[in-house]
Design a protein around this ligand. Structure first.
Ligand SMILES: [Zn+2]
Length: 198
């Protein structure tokens, strides 16, 4: 017996999620049909639609926002420091530590020629436009080859600018990234950041 068309359609849609293959998609679809209360199905669909329509990305720092940016538009944050991170998930990891109260700049990845990711694919130009307004740029990219390459590239671009450039002291194995570091390690890495340029 084949699944009815509506279930096949649901399976196809579920397979769009990363890490969800045919079998898991089938299991989830059957769960929806057999076990899930109608009201929960409704609130799940609403949550999907709401998230997609309400969330945009801040044109300045690149993080998620609804009506205003929770970082750039927060007057209690230190407006003179920008931490450069690879992704919004790294930003969230650092925010959860509550040790950093400045601004951010989300690059949207790292330079990686093996994957065809070049500097122009990242939010680097928009970072350069913000430099004049701040005193310090903290590079908080991963310690692997791509992170180091990206840090050096940005460092080179900032050479002639009047801004202090620092780099978080990783304290985690080379190749590790922020998501593997615990909050205590991150706090120490931030505290002991290395000055690359005064
Ligand atoms: Zn912002």
């Amino acid at each position: 017996m084949k699944y009815p068309n509506s279930i096949l359609k649901l399976i196809d849609e579920l397979k769009r999620f990363p890490g969800i293959g045919e079998k898991t998609a089938q299991r989830l679809a059957l769960f929806v049909v057999n076990k899930m209360e109608s009201e929960h199905v409704e609130s799940l669909s609403e949550a999907l639609l709401m998230t997609k329509s309400a969330i945009t990305f801040c044109p300045i720092c690149g993080t998620f926002m609804e009506e205003s940016c929770p970082i750039c538009d927060n007057p209690n944050r230190n407006q003179k420091t920008i931490m450069v991170v690879e992704s919004i998930s790294d930003l969230i990891i650092i925010e959860n530590g509550e040790n950093y109260h400045g601004l951010y700049h989300v690059l949207g990845g790292t330079i990686d020629f093996t994957k065809g990711i070049e500097p122009q694919d990242l939010n680097i130009d928009s970072l350069l436009k913000r430099v004049a307004k701040v005193d310090e740029i903290i590079l908080a990219l991963n310690g692997a080859v791509d992170g180091q390459l990206t840090s050096s590239y940005i460092q080179e671009l900032l050479k002639e600018k009047t801004v202090k450039v620092t780099k978080i002291a990783h304290g985690i194995p080379v190749g590790g990234d922020l998501s593997y570091a615990d909050q205590r390690t991150l706090a120490i890495a931030l505290e002991n950041r290395i000055t690359l340029k005064e």
